[in-house]
Design a protein around this ligand. Structure first.
Ligand code: MN
Length: 196
């Protein structure tokens, strides 16, 4: 595997005012790179050093899983957002959202409920299940839907470190800002098309 986290797909100021430069600085430089450092230290001189990250996420347990999955999850999270995001999906993904949630508003409601309802640290996900249907789930700590055979389309980090600097304890406001102003439907569409 490549031993660095991918570059952020935008400047650290690009998601303000919804996510500040300070949050991205801490979250990307300290948290994301911190998980990568622990992962690198753990797999150095082992067979895992030559495996793709996704294989480690699928196979590892304990701290090795936690660090590998947190590296994967954060790379996926950065791409789940973009400056001037939000709005609605288009084309086939719009049709699938309407088929499985009713409309984009109902998707927002379910996603917000999952993101706010996750007790403690975790993630909210839009996934495609094996049967091709879309669903919203939350996961705790580093848990990743690939382990259950799902295809992730979007994710939102709901660990406190993701929003506390900008929103204090108001996780719901952070979730609404994500859905209304940041969510990257182009990225979700890429994942949706690639999974079929
Ligand atoms: Mn995080």
């Amino acid at each position: 595997m490549k031993f660095e986290v991918p570059s952020l797909p935008y400047e650290k100021t690009a998601l303000a005012p919804y996510i500040s430069e300070k949050t991205l600085e801490l979250h990307y430089e300290k948290h994301h790179k911190g998980y990568m450092k622990k992962l690198k230290d753990a797999i150095a001189d082992t067979d895992d050093a030559n495996k793709p990250l996704e294989d480690i996420v699928l196979q590892a347990e304990g701290d090795l899983f936690n660090n590998a999955a947190q590296v994967w999850n954060h790379s996926f999270y950065w791409r789940s957002m973009k400056p001037n995001g939000g709005g609605s999906p288009t084309d086939e993904l719009k049709a699938a959202i309407e088929r499985d949630f009713g409309d984009v508003k109902h998707f927002h409601d379910q996603f917000a409920a999952a993101a706010k309802g996750e007790f403690g640290s975790g993630w909210a996900w839009l996934i495609m299940q094996r049967d091709g249907h879309l669903a919203v789930i939350s996961s705790s700590d580093a848990e990743n839907p690939l382990r259950s055979g799902h295809t992730p389309l979007l994710t939102l980090d709901v660990w406190e470190h993701a929003y506390y600097v900008d929103y204090y304890n108001e996780r719901g406001d952070y979730v609404q800002a994500f859905l209304e102003h940041l969510v990257n439907w182009d990225f979700a569409m890429e994942n949706f098309l690639a999974s079929r």
